[in-house]
Design a protein around this ligand. Structure first.
Ligand code: TMP
Ligand code: ASP
Length: 254
């Protein structure tokens, strides 16, 4: 592997300098964490599956006019993306009550919400990603009012599209988290979808059985994490083409 500069290492991905200016290589690791890194494990093959799932979803979203950072998949674990300035706001869209909203408002898991709810969290591992309002975002300068508008309208369009896409393969999109970035291009700046869309940052339940097909399997020690991600990929029609032998353990990278 050619030597390349590591820009950032997160919990589930590593970012390297890309081959051309303005590009980044996003490398998906097999590491899985929960509860802000308090729980950690390696799920062999997860990085390969997430690379493929995120590629597929970003491409489909691109086809319906959602601007994204995605350029192309490079290999089993890596994709080329445009370099963006990540907006430090995590946008969560919820269609059904699950996870932290149940605790916060005393809701029963699986109960329906009056409508889809969009929440913002401040992206800070040190602070445990606290829930924030638009007031905090603008007052602290994390994003402008126009950028919040863009993130909100894009997130609702993404929710509509993904809800339908997953329903078509027998999965309910319960909730998910998105991240956005500023893309600087020709003296202009625009907000584009960044990071990843994978079962690490979504809740997906089987429409027939309510079986959990996402990272909650890890959070709740249900087992079968890789099998669930594999099943999501299979239903999307994108099982890694080279087959199981390419789903190897973690590779050491410089
Ligand atoms: P929550 O119910 O724990 O707030 O999570 C809502 C959704 O956001 C769920 O699909 C998981 C995702 N999520 C992340 O991707 N990263 C995070 O750090 C958190 C807290 C949630
Ligand atoms: N993404 C956070 C972590 O990896 C929290 C979570 O997903 O539960 O620690």
């Amino acid at each position: 592997m050619p030597r390349r500069r590591k820009i950032y290492e997160g919990k589930a991905k590593v970012l390297f300098e890309g081959p051309e200016p303005g590009t980044i290589v996003q490398h998906f690791k097999d590491d899985v964490t929960a509860f802000n890194n308090q729980k950690h494990d390696i799920i062999t093959g997860k990085g390969v599956l997430n690379n493929r799932i995120s590629e597929y979803l970003m491409m489909r979203l691109g086809e319906v006019g959602i601007p994204t950072h995605f350029v192309r998949r490079l290999n089993m674990r890596e994709q080329l993306v445009r370099e963006v300035e990540i907006i430090p706001v995590e946008v969560v869209v919820r269609n059904v009550a699950a996870g932290s909203i149940c605790k916060r408002f005393g809701l029963e898991e699986g109960s329906s919400l009056p409508r889809s709810i969009v929440e913002y969290y401040y992206k800070s591992d040190d602070l445990g990603d606290p829930l924030i309002s638009e007031e905090h975002i603008t007052a602290f300068g994390w994003a402008s009012p126009a950028e919040i508008d863009d993130m909100l309208s894009l997130s609702l369009r993404i929710n509509d599209f993904l809800t339908g896409l997953f329903l078509g393969i027998g999965l309910r999109l319960i909730d998910f988290k998105l991240e956005y970035g500023r893309l600087y291009q020709d003296d202009q700046v625009r907000v584009v979808l960044a990071d990843e869309i994978t079962p690490d940052g979504c809740r997906l339940w089987d429409t027939e059985t309510n079986e959990i097909m996402d990272k909650d399997r890890f959070r709740r020690d249900l087992g079968g994490v890789a099998e669930a991600y594999q099943e999501v990929a299979r239903r999307l029609g994108i099982t890694p083409e080279a087959g199981q032998q390419d789903i190897k353990g973690p590779v050491t990278i410089q």
